[in-house]
Design a protein around this ligand. Structure first.
Ligand SMILES: C[S@@+](CC[C@H](N)C(=O)[O-])C[C@H]1O[C@@H](n2cnc3c(N)ncnc32)[C@H](O)[C@@H]1O
Length: 271
């Protein structure tokens, strides 16, 4: 059962995503950004392997960027988000011939998610959103009911070890030994505990939103408890040649550290 605190955090999260919807839609548009195009999308294609004719669920779809990409590959897509403002942008951006059905649903509300119960999916995607959702247990439960046996759930995360709200980007320079030496590092001060913290998904967004940090074992164990098996996993770092917009934002200079991870969990075929 969600606690009063979780409900309060979820309402605050909803208010933030509604307030930030126009900024998010403008920045992500159809083209996405380097995180989407270099880190997420190539791995999503490998792990989700979307095929024409499949029915795919896009959970927490934002402005529908992923839903439209999947539909353009021939899938029919059901997509939902709890921000009605974002779903409005998603609908406006979707050409009538694309087979996408959008819903406004709150992933923390089991009653809302029942709207999906009569549907069956070959696969489901939750791109860069589980850490934005105040309670992800109802989502994992419904996914294990609506994904077909043998189907997959692919999710991406800000890497909880290297890209969490406590992560600090460090650039150090020394000339020890008579040579100028620069070194990039990431320092995180929290990992194992669950905590929430304000942050910015985009630098100029009007309102900070809450991040819900959880260690990786939490997400994997939640999948296992809901009958999923982990059978695909990628940690995604920028290649060294990718320029960053400033020396300390994510880019190729941090190629030793993956800001994003992507996991595939499969529901076994019934015997
Ligand atoms: C970082 S955005 C990612 C959007 C999209 N998946 C993409 O790849 O562009 C996170 C999304 O999670 C959504 N979200 C957060 N909490 C949610 C909830 N309880 N139910 C449904 N969506 C939620 C937000 O509204 C936002 O659209």
């Amino acid at each position: 059962m969600p606690t009063h605190e979780t409900r309060r955090a979820n309402l605050e999260t909803l208010a933030a995503w509604n307030a930030n919807a126009a900024t998010w839609d403008e920045k992500m548009g159809e083209a996405g950004n380097d995180f989407v195009n270099i880190l997420q999308w190539p791995a999503i294609l490998r792990l989700l392997d979307p095929q024409p004719g499949q029915h795919i669920l896009d959970a927490a779809c934002g402005n529908g960027l992923m839903a439209r990409r999947l539909a353009s590959l021939g899938a029919s897509v059901t997509a939902f988000d709890f921000s009605s403002n974002l779903v409005d942008f998603a609908r406006q951006r979707t050409a009538s011939e694309l087979p996408i059905s959008y819903y406004v649903l709150d992933a923390t509300e089991p009653g809302d998610l029942e709207a999906l119960a009569h549907l069956r999916f070959d696969s489901a995607l939750c791109n860069m959103a589980l850490f934005d959702i105040a309670n992800v247990e109802p989502l994992f439960r419904i996914l294990s009911r609506v994904i077909k046996p043998g189907g997959v759930f692919v999710f991406s995360l800000m890497h909880p070890a290297f890209n969490n709200p406590t992560s600090v980007h460090i650039l150090e320079e020394s000339d020890l030994g008579g040579e100028i030496f620069t070194q990039y590092a990431i320092k995180s001060s929290r990992y194992m505990s669950h905590f929430q913290a304000y942050g910015l998904a985009l630098r100029n967004q009007p309102k900070p939103q809450l991040y819900f940090h959880r260690p990786l074992e939490y997400y994997l164990n939640l999948g296992f408890q809901n009958n999923f098996i982990l059978d695909g996993f990628e940690e995604r770092a920028f290649p060294p040649e990718v320029p960053a917009s400033n020396p300390l934002t994510w880019g190729g200079q941090f190629h030793e550290f993956p800001p994003v991870l992507i996991a595939r969990m499969t529901l076994p075929n019934r015997a």
